[in-house]
Design a protein around this ligand. Structure first.
Ligand code: PGA
Length: 257
């Protein structure tokens, strides 16, 4: 398979690790990623560790990312972090609309879209996360839900802005549950998303858009998922906290490499 899009493997550390633990893991990721010339690697540490992690990653190819930001540029938003602050602390890319934020913290599609715009404005590359819950899948609403999330999240973006976007398909029922979508299930949704982006923003944008898969990606399932033509990388939660597992995932067998 000749890959048109460069794969990206990203570790989402969620609300785990101290600053010191994050720095240690960042060092291990730098070592694990050394010599991987045909793929990109990123990590999303907790906000308070971002600056220290970015300093460790500075001389490496591993990209620092932020897990979340608020959409206003500054002001009276106690407890929030702006996209510009995340950028200033060293982030290059930014998760937006992760399902834990949508479902636990109640973020709407509109809020997510404003965060996409704020991330772009601050110079970050947003990674827009989409995915259906188990109830939505079981009632055959997967495509409708994802269409709404993608349509709203990318609405009104220019071609240069779209070129800086990444999408991540993360079925909510597969996140942190050990239940991965089969390559068939994931491949079907990735194909749908690429087709949808083509309909909404044109075929060239769709062909260049990286679409990551996330949800219980582990060393033993990464090769099967990444072998599919529309799966351009992985967003890894639990297994990214273990340097050995993450290293194996980073070294997934890329048919074009
Ligand atoms: P998981 O998390 O790999 O632990 O399922 C993925 C994610 O939420 O990004």
């Amino acid at each position: 398979m000749i890959r048109r899009r460069r794969p990206l493997i990203a570790g989402n550390w969620k609300m785990n690790l101290t600053v010191r633990g994050s720095v240690e893991l960042a060092r291990e990721v730098v070592a694990a990623a050394r010599g991987l010339a045909d793929r990109d690697v990123a990590v999303f540490p907790g906000a308070l560790a971002l600056h220290a992690v970015a300093a460790i990653l500075a001389d490496s190819a591993v990209l620092p990312g932020s897990q979340n930001h608020w959409y206003a540029p500054d002001g009276a938003f106690t407890g929030e972090v702006s996209a510009a602050q995340a950028r200033d602390a060293g982030a290059r890319i930014a998760l937006v609309g992760h399902s834990e934020r949508r479902h636990i913290l109640g973020e709407s599609d509109e809020t997510v879209a404003r965060k996409v715009a704020a991330g772009l404005e601050a110079g970050l590359g947003p990674v827009l996360c989409v995915g259906e819950t188990l109830a939505e899948r079981e009632s055959s609403r997967t495509e409708a839900v994802i269409e709404r999330q993608v349509r709203t999240g990318l609405a009104g973006l220019s071609a240069p802005a779209l070129a800086r976007m990444t999408l991540a398909y993360e079925p909510v029922w597969a996140i942190g549950t050990g239940r991965t979508a089969t390559p068939d299930q994931a491949g079907e949704v990735h194909r749908f998303i690429r087709g949808l982006v083509g309909t909404l923003h044109g075929r060239a944008v769709a062909e260049d858009m990286r679409i990551l898969y996330g949800g219980s990606v582990k060393p033993d399932n990464v090769d099967g998922l990444l072998a599919l033509p529309d799966i351009d990388g992985a967003l890894v939660g639990g297994a990214s906290l273990d340097a050995t597992q993450f290293q194996r995932i980073l070294r997934f067998r890329c048919p074009a490499s």
